[in-house]
Ligand binder design. Structure first.
Ligand SMILES: Nc1ncnc2c1ncn2[C@@H]1O[C@H](COP(=O)(O)OP(=O)(O)O)[C@@H](O)[C@H]1O
Ligand SMILES: CC(=O)OP(=O)(O)O
Ligand SMILES: [Mg+2]
Length: 402
């Protein structure tokens, strides 16, 4: 292949993260972020890594279409525009691939239709992913657009973990099952954790804790996912920035029947106004820690609920795996919030897990161990890189097809 560059687009509900990589040495040429799409205060931050130039623009960016066009313009200003003959493909994060997509897929009209059909089970994410795909296709119709699905890594889950305990006929009719998300991150981090231990992925059992704004845990046996905390949608499981995670489904009936709320209102409550934000009014762990340091009881309780849930999943996945070689913390909270890591592991000596406070306090960019040498289970911080993983999968697929 003569063209060796891949542009990766990671479109979230109100943001787009992007990276342009040269796959000959997997180096980053440009990277950036568009935030608060749809608001008056949108912001685009762009860095050209070949020149070190950084630019920022603020002001309304109405939707993901406008966001992507602004990104294309910024890349063009550095001579890295979408018209470049060096561009081999564009790789897109697509959150929900249902049962249909188990591998990275070159996007055509049929693939777009299928991603669209999955909107009801990923209402915050799939519409943004679709806009990204459509806009990128319009800008470069000749270029392969590759969708890399969050759900793909979890398709190895056994039926015992993937099924809910409801009538299978009803479940199958409505395609209700546990799909799991953040799979690109769980795959990458579980592999990097094996590497940190000097082992092959097939030789280790890892619990991956992806703690970002959305958060999920997974149990990975020998490189294959056997359970994960998110389900039909990214609402199940851990306490998140704005999502409740697990609750008794009867809470929903109660809110509707007794609370008089509509289904849409309950959906918004649980997805956008719950989790840390719902508990204490802040969803950023830095702010929550600051408030705790000032003696704020509401922030303290929110933190404790977050940690309690996390601990339960660590214990559950220990039981699912039978034995565990490593627990890996990743994503914004997992990589940066030492107090979260310490609180989640404290008291788990019975499972062979401990955190060394000094190692835990060290800040760094790369994968690192934070458990004492004597611990039976390695506890590690393993930075995720969804963009690199998407670029790698995209380039491999395009190379195979050429
Ligand atoms: N230095 C830090 N200390 C504690 N928490 C942090 C720090 N930096 C980021 N975070 C947390 O990480 C979150 C964002 O994580 P990220 O993985 O980027 O999320 P997403 O991809 O879902 O937007 C923030 O909301 C914040 O809670
Ligand atoms: C699936 C999901 O929750 O994604 P994010 O963390 O990017 O919101
Ligand atoms: Mg994320």
């Amino acid at each position: 292949m003569t063209a060796t560059r891949v542009l990766v687009l990671n479109s979230g509900s109100s943001s787009v993260k992007y990276q342009l990589l040269d796959m000959r040495d997997r180096s980053r040429l440009a990277a950036g972020l568009v935030e608060r799409i749809g608001e008056q205060t949108s912001r685009l931050r762009h860095t050209c890594l070949t020149t070190g130039a950084t630019r920022e623009q603020t002001g309304p960016i109405a939707d993901h279409d406008a966001a992507l066009k602004a990104v294309a313009e910024e890349l063009g200003r550095d001579g890295l525009g979408l018209d470049s003959p060096d561009l081999a493909a564009i790789g897109h994060r697509v959150v929900h691939g249902g049962m249909f997509f188990t591998e990275p897929t070159v996007v055509d009209d049929q693939v777009l239709t299928e991603i669209e059909r999955l909107i009801p089970v990923a209402p915050l994410h799939n519409p943004a992913n679709l806009t990204g795909l459509r806009t990128a296709r319009a800008l470069r119709p000749d270029l392969p657009q590759v969708a890399v699905f969050d759900t793909a890594f979890h398709t190895t889950m056994p039926e015992s973990a993937a099924r809910y305990a409801i009538d299978p006929k009803i479940a199958d009719r409505h395609r209700i099952r546990r799909y799991g998300f953040h799979g690109t991150s769980h795959a990458y981090v579980s592999r990097e954790t094996a590497r940190l231990l000097g082992k092959e992925p097939s030789e280790v059992n890892v619990i991956v804790l992806h703690l970002g704004n959305g958060a999920s845990a997974s149990a990975v046996r020998g490189g294959r996912c056997v359970d994960t905390s998110m389900g039909l949608t990214p609402l199940e499981g851990l306490v998140m920035g704005t999502r409740s995670g697990d609750l008794d489904p009867a809470v929903i009936f109660h809110l509707a029947r007794v609370g008089g709320m509509s289904m849409d209102e309950i959906d918004t409550l649980l997805n956008k106004r719950s989790g840390l934000f719902g508990l204490c009014g802040d969803n950023d762990m830095r702010e929550i820690r600051r408030r705790i340091d000032e003696g704020d009881e509401e922030a303290r309780l929110a933190f404790d609920i977050y940690i309690h849930r996390l601990k339960k999943y660590i214990g559950a996945y220990f039981a699912v795996l039978g034995n565990v070689d490593a627990v890996a913390f990743t994503a914004g909270v997992g990589e940066n919030a030492a107090p979260v890591r310490e609180a989640a592991i404290t008291g788990l000596d019975g499972l062979g897990m401990a955190v060394d406070p000094e190692l835990n306090a060290v800040r760094g960019d790369g994968p690192r161990l934070i458990s004492p040498a004597s611990a039976r289970v390695a506890v590690a911080v393993v930075p995720t890189d969804e963009e690199l993983e998407i670029a790698t999968q995209t380039y491999a697929l395009v190379g195979k097809n050429n």
